[in-house]
Design a binder for this molecule. Structure first.
Ligand code: AMP
Ligand code: ZN
Length: 466
């Protein structure tokens, strides 16, 4: 049974999607003003594991991740560079996808950009103005948190009594607000400012929080299953998303809220402002592989802090090498035909352990432990020569299952495939010899699934890739 720690309820809860078999997921995406650092990628790698495991469980998934391509920083940096905001963000958007692809992070089904959804944001702000959840002050529009009784339900901060300067990243800007925690939905811009949009309530630009409400509801509906992001977004960003969306619709916005803890460096959060960060590119330039970086990011469960050190990254490099060598050796070993039921039972139990770990709020470190236990068991079986061809097929299949979620074995698969094919062809020949045509057909289909076409010629079996 899949369970998540839901920040909204403050409890570990069984996951039950709103519509049977379907999951609608929103993950806050990057602000594309610079290269993402590996702290950011810890959150996106968690999002990837979440997405992959939901698919592993058989759910039909719609995953949306926005790109924040307008905010004060982007506007200022673009100005400094003498570019439009589109020109300024374009290379960072490209770099983000390149890095994410290299890290084996699957792309979401929908990746909308904030600047392309201004009309949807305006529509929500109009609703909030109409129903008294928002007000105008000095040309800007603010959310009135006192009009939303549930404000604070996610972060568990008590806002009763008009608390000023409560903890968190409060939007304390220069504008006039009724309450210090009221936040900007729409910011007035100067007439000569090139970045601005016309709205019924004046020309301006959107606040950061409103973009996620608008894009999440546009693509996933007013109520959806899971909303996720880094822990720093819990307050005020996600609290404000809830206030805006539920203030406009009077419906539950998202059922489960998942937050990834931070990647730290010597006890401090890795961040651009502290200057203690490494981008993915900094690390690959030093010769670290994307798989080792991914392994490191997944080695600690997402809800626990992870301390970055080069020592642990070097450890991840060795682990990845060991895992890949193992799979290669297993694929290429000369094994006798047949089956070892005892070994089969044991490796199936490791798959059960893996699923139990992932079901338990995506405990990736336990899931990796299950993989390492499997490797140890199979290495022993190889050393004692108690592993047969059918066991190998099962083990490779189970490793593929692990890897459909962890994605750490990488493209080595292509290299080892030749040996795997030869072994299967041999097994098929033996099956045909024994007039076991069902098995022989099964192997032909299995190979076909992997894109391998067999051709029976008078000189024996030939194979080619489709
Ligand atoms: P940003 O590009 O700043 O909007 O951040 C993108 C994502 O990275 C957000 O979900 C943040 O919460 C997350 N994030 C930022 N710093 C860290 C960190 N040190 N560790 C993990 N996630 C982080
Ligand atoms: Zn967001």
């Amino acid at each position: 049974m899949l369970k998540f720690y839901n920040t909204l309820s403050g409890q570990l809860e069984e996951f039950q999607p709103l519509k049977t078999g379907n999951v609608r997921l929103y993950i806050c995406g990057p602000t594309v003003w610079s290269f993402a650092h590996i702290g950011n990628f810890r959150t996106f790698a968690f999002g990837d594991v979440l997405r992959r495991y939901l698919k592993y469980k058989g759910y039909n998934l719609t995953h949306v991740m926005n790109l924040t391509d307008v905010d004060d920083r982007i506007i200022n940096e673009a100005k400094k560079a003498g570019k439009t905001i589109d020109e300024f963000t374009a290379p960072f958007i490209e770099a983000f996808w390149e890095d994410a692809d290299a890290l084996g992070i699957e792309r979401p089904e929908i990746a909308p950009r904030a600047t392309e959804h201004i009309a949807e944001m305006i529509e929500i702000i109009e609703k909030l103005l109409e129903n008294g959840h928002a007000y105008e002050s000095d040309g800007s529009i603010y959310y009135r948190i006192s009009a939303f009784a549930d404000y604070g339900k996610l972060s568990k901060i008590n806002f009763a009594g008009n608390v000023s300067g409560a903890s968190g990243r409060v939007d304390n800007d220069k504008y006039d607000k009724e309450n210090a925690n009221d936040f900007a939905l729409w910011k007035l811009v100067d007439a000569d400012e090139p970045t601005g949009w016309d709205a019924s309530f004046g020309r301006g630009r959107p606040g950061w929080h409103i973009e996620c409400s608008a894009m999440a509801m546009k693509y996933l509906g007013e109520t959806f299953d899971i909303h996720a992001g880094g822990i720093d977004l819990k307050f005020p960003h996600h609290e404000n998303e809830i206030a805006q969306s539920e203030g406009a619709t009077a419906k539950l916005f998202a059922k489960y809220w998942l937050h990834a803890e931070h990647l730290k460096v010597e006890g401090e959060t890795m961040s651009k402002s502290l200057g203690n960060y490494y981008t993915f590119r900094d690390l690959t330039r030093k010769g670290y592989s994307a798989s080792a970086i991914r392994y490191l990011l997944l080695s600690v469960p997402y809800h626990k802090q992870l301390n970055f050190t080069f020592e642990t990254l070097d450890g991840a490099v060795n682990t990845i090498e060991r895992l890949r060598d193992f799979r290669k050796r297993l694929s290429e070993s000369n094994l006798k035909d047949g089956i070892n039921p005892d070994l089969q039972e044991k490796v199936k139990n490791y798959l059960t352990d893996f699923e139990a770990a992932m079901d338990d709020n995506l405990n990736t470190s336990q899931a990796l432990a299950a993989l390492h236990n499997l490797v140890r068991e199979v290495n022993t079986a190889l050393a004692h020569e108690v592993i047969c061809t059918e066991d190998r097929s099962l083990i490779l299949h189970i490793i593929d299952k692990f890897d459909s979620v962890l994605n750490i074995f990488g493209k080595v698969k292509e290299e080892i495939l030749d040996a795997e094919i030869e072994n299967l062809i041999e097994e098929r020949q033996a099956a045909r010899h024994n007039r076991n045509f069902a098995r022989s057909d099964e192997i032909r289909d299995l190979l076909l699934e992997k894109g391998i076409v067999l051709e029976d010629t008078k000189d024996g079996v030939r194979w080619k890739r489709k």
